[in-house]
Design a protein around this ligand. Structure first.
Ligand code: TYM
Length: 345
């Protein structure tokens, strides 16, 4: 990838980050810092699409920021900030509300899952959520978006929005000197983390998620060594020993998930892990898994605790990142306003 490319991604501050966030997205974010200009956002505007207690939200924003830094993001190299401090996100989201079609949003599976049976009671924000996500990315004209697999459909929508905006305003965009008519790029999903879909420890057919009521379903980045070991020990399994070939994982979602987690944490392939533990009982394998998990995540948890003890310093990082983000988004928003036909002074 060329250096002119720009990376944008974000995570919601709704509770602690978990192993799925880490293996699905964060590891890739850290990698991309080495080659790209990266903008990493704590998406607090997205968080309030479902009710958030204001005091807890503040804590969660700081905690997620601390988790970003503790995991290996460098606030000097990359831009780390919270979404609500940069007005461009909400402004561009409104314009995209007027570009995206109802039919497109009606197809979003995440809305259907999150709204559940009582759709009438869901917030309008939850419905329009993917438009805000498109605005997050395109306010910086970002080209690459590292995410887990569950965000793929939202990114396809962001691409459709970029394309429709470029088509709808073709004449104005060309008049601005964009001869190829492409004001917004088509942002590319980068779904290449070591485990792009980590499943719940209680049910191998469900995604590991912050909103699962059972804390035993996920490993949080803030869990201490004992908690990590206990959750792995209690993780659901089936009665068979581990398979001796990777193909044997096909109809065994829990075994597949635990082997996948081990492989991702240890930097090995699933085939190599199966070769190592094939034929053994889960009990021994779980001990080995707990060991690699504690080794990898323990220091991150310690660092999160150290950083959150100084909230003023975290707020300074966010203020600095927000100012740098604003500086990139402002000229882009000026052009968007010209293109749409607004008057600005
Ligand atoms: P969020 O906060 O649900 O998740 C943050 C990131 O973690 C990934 N992820 C997972 N990966 C693998 N296995 C899992 N079980 C798992 N759970 C979560 C997600 O795919 C994501 O990459 N809408 C986004 C946040 C967002 C965003 C954006 C992302 C807002 N604006 C712009 C990219 C670009 C979300 O709710 O992620």
């Amino acid at each position: 990838m060329k250096l002119t490319e720009r990376v944008f991604s974000g995570m919601q501050p709704t509770g602690s980050l978990h192993l799925g966030n880490y293996l699905g997205a964060m590891v890739q974010w850290i990698e991309m810092q080495k080659t790209h200009e990266c903008i990493y956002c704590v998406v607090d505007l997205h968080a309030i699409t479902v009710w958030q207690d204001p005091k807890e939200l503040k804590q969660a924003i700081r905690q997620v920021t601390a988790a970003y830094i503790a995991s290996g993001l460098d606030p000097k190299t990359s831009i780390l900030f919270n979404q609500s401090q940069v007005a461009a996100h909400a402004e561009l989201a409104w314009i995209f509300n007027c570009v995206a079609r109802l039919g497109w949003l009606n197809r979003m599976t995440q809305f259907k899952e999150k709204a559940g049976k009582d759709r009438e009671a869901a917030s309008v924000g939850l419905y329009a959520y993917p438009n805000l996500m498109a605005a997050d990315i395109l306010a910086y004209r970002a080209t690459h978006v590292p995410v887990g697999e569950d965000q793929k459909q939202h990114l396809e929508l962001a691409r459709d929005i970029a394309q429709k905006f470029n088509n709808d305003f073709r004449a104005e965009i060309e008049a601005k000197g964009y001869n190829d008519g492409a004001f917004f790029p088509q942002p590319e999903p980068v779904i290449t983390g070591p485990a792009t879909r980590v499943m719940s420890l209680r049910d191998g057919t469900k995604k590991m998620s912050k909103s699962d009521p059972s804390d035993l379903s996920r490993i949080n980045l803030t869990d201490d060594a004992d908690t990590i070991a206990r959750k792995i020990q209690k993780a659901k399994t089936d009665p068979e020993p581990l398979p001796t070939e990777e193909a044997g994982l096909a109809a065994r979602p829990e075994a597949d998930n635990l082997i996948g987690i081990y492989a991702a944490l240890a930097g090995k392939t699933k085939a190599a892990v199966v070769a190592e533990f094939g034929g053994q009982q889960f009990s021994g394998f779980k001990k080995a898994l707990a060991e690699v998990a504690v080794q990898r995540l323990g220091p991150i948890g310690d660092e999160i605790r150290r950083l959150t003890a100084d909230p003023a310093e975290i707020d300074r990082v966010l203020a600095d990142g927000s100012a740098r983000a604003r500086a990139i988004a402002a000229p882009i928003m000026d052009e968007v306003k010209d293109i749409v036909g607004f008057i600005r002074s």
